[in-house]
Ligand binder design. Structure first.
Ligand code: SAM
Length: 261
């Protein structure tokens, strides 16, 4: 274990620093950085992942909101420091600026804004090659959930629509300083192409309505919404939201996005 460096962790920035060398090694191995690859790290903090990544890549872009931490990072050879709120970073523009079609995005994310970060990156998914994130294990369980389970919900559908995902590593609280009160894990997210006719806003609304009362059958929750959209297709509404697969939600949203003329 590394001794924590001289910095008092700021709760409002979700600062839980990795101090377990074995876990750091496993995360870097899961990412598999190769020299020259365009990797962007969200929240480098005290460089637990940054240092080994930089050694393997030769150059690395980091996005850090904490002004003091960003100041410590500046001036290091090969490191491009973007001092900003990650939610304001235009990843599509960043890829263009780095002269690459797609970025590899990694990070031990601040847990207090992990869902907003995931949804922000969804806006830029076409500029992403892959993502490796440390998150609360409970969030990853929801991301990779299967239908007909308690974890299957809005987050599952909205992410599985555009990513193939797997939980690649369990990380216990004692691997951090200070230790978070929850278990953590690392997820790998590989973008996949979406049905061309599907509008994200429509899928979002569909899933929101369907899961608004997840114990009810869809006839009572989604029936009227589909009617309002002029949907005349065949769909079994005697099920509950959690019993409908991601592929079925996609098909339904695509049908409503572009109804036959
Ligand atoms: N990568 C380090 C590690 O593994 O030890 C730190 C991880 S810590 C969980 C989260 C990091 O994200 C902190 O460095 C924090 O300052 C930074 N951060 C928090 N909110 C942020 C935001 N909105 N934009 C960019 N960075 C942020």
């Amino acid at each position: 274990m590394k001794p924590p460096a001289q910095h008092i962790a700021r709760k409002r920035f979700g600062q839980n620093f990795l101090v377990d060398d074995g876990i750091i090694d496993n995360i870097v191995r899961a990412i598999g950085p190769q020299p020259g690859q365009p990797v962007v790290e969200i929240g480098p903090g005290l460089m637990a992942l940054t240092q080994p990544l930089l050694e393997r890549l030769g150059q690395l872009t980091v996005i850090e909101l904490d002004r003091d931490l960003a100041a410590r990072l500046r001036g290091r050879q090969g490191l491009k420091v973007v001092e900003s709120d990650v939610l304001k970073v235009d990843f599509t523009a960043l890829a263009a600026e780095l002269g690459v079609p797609r970025l590899r995005v990694v990070g031990n994310l601040p847990y207090n804004i992990s869902s907003p970060i995931l949804f922000h990156l969804l806006d830029h998914v076409d500029a992403v090659q892959d993502q490796h994130f440390m998150l609360q294990k409970e969030v990853i369980d929801r991301m990779v959930a299967q239908p007909a389970t308690a974890d299957y919900g809005r987050l599952t559908v909205m992410l599985q629509w555009r990513y193939a995902m797997e939980n690649v590593l369990f990380v216990p609280p004692e691997s951090f300083s200070p230790p978070p009160r929850v278990n953590s894990a690392v997820v790998r997210m590989l973008p996949r192409s979406a049905p061309a006719r599907l509008e994200r806003a429509v899928l979002e609304e569909l899933v929101q309505v369907a899961f608004s009362q997840r114990r009810k059958i869809l006839r009572n929750t989604l029936g009227r919404w589909l009617e309002g959209k002029g949907f005349a297709g065949d769909f079994d509404l005697q099920r509950r939201a959690e019993e409908v697969s991601v592929a079925e939600y996609e098909t339904l949203a695509a049908a409503v996005s572009a109804p036959p003329t």
